[in-house]
Design a protein around this ligand. Sequence first.
Ligand SMILES: Nc1ncnc2c1ncn2[C@@H]1O[C@H](COP(=O)(O)OP(=O)(O)O)[C@@H](O)[C@H]1O
Ligand SMILES: [Mg+2]
Length: 235
Amino acid sequence: MNDKKIIIEINDLHKSYSSGHVPLEVLKRLTLSIHHGEIVAIVGESGCGKSTLLNLLGGLDDPDSGKIVVNGHDIVQMSEDALSVFRNRFVGYVFQFHYLLPDFSAVENVMLPFLAHRFKKKEAREKAMFLLSRVGLEKRADHRPNQLSGGEQQRVAIARALINDPSIVFADEPTGNLDERNSKEIQELMWELRDQYELTILLVTHNLRMAKVADRTVKLAYGRIDTIENSQLKG
Ligand SMILES: Nc1ncnc2c1ncn2[C@@H]1O[C@H](COP(=O)(O)OP(=O)(O)O)[C@@H](O)[C@H]1O
Ligand SMILES: [Mg+2]
């Protein structure tokens, strides 16, 4: 097994939704450890709980029971203040839809999470410009999201996810809206950024090629882990 440090430890996690007549059990007794620096792909049929799992791990939603220990801290027990620091400083999020603010330029969108807790506009802009050039978009910094292609919008979203130097990036179908060529570019970019910034990346994907190059693939089915495949074993 991998002897690297464990950065996320999930223990006996349960999650149900109670919006209907009967509670819908989405995750059942989920237990899983993620190592520092790993890229883990989460796959499974639509509705099997992938986004639910990612949202729980990212502190965006609460489980019914179970433990989620991230970097030694149980985020389920965290105060709302501590959790907000965790969400802003320790993790980055990338979603299928970029959620860039339409009235702000690319560089302003990247700056915003930085400005949310540090009022240093010049530093924020410099850092955002650096990240935009890192994702190959330095010339598009002043463009609004609707002046960018889908692949470019997603690159801006990735730069935004990195502005506060997160340790972990959660990506929910980051290439779900992109064609194969753009998907491949985004995948390669994420893998390079993992190496450069020593990120741990959890990504939900339907893209088989992307799942295949992940260090591990965790397949969910009916709220449980169906299989875990290591990269060495992938054909
Ligand atoms: N806020 C919610 N309220 C009620 N049911 C939900 C909610 N979010 C998701 N679900 C249901 O939980 C199940 C898992 O959803 P989700 O985690 O989004 O699946 P996936 O990302 O694997 O497609 C689905 O049946 C979905 O309809
Ligand atoms: Mg989903």
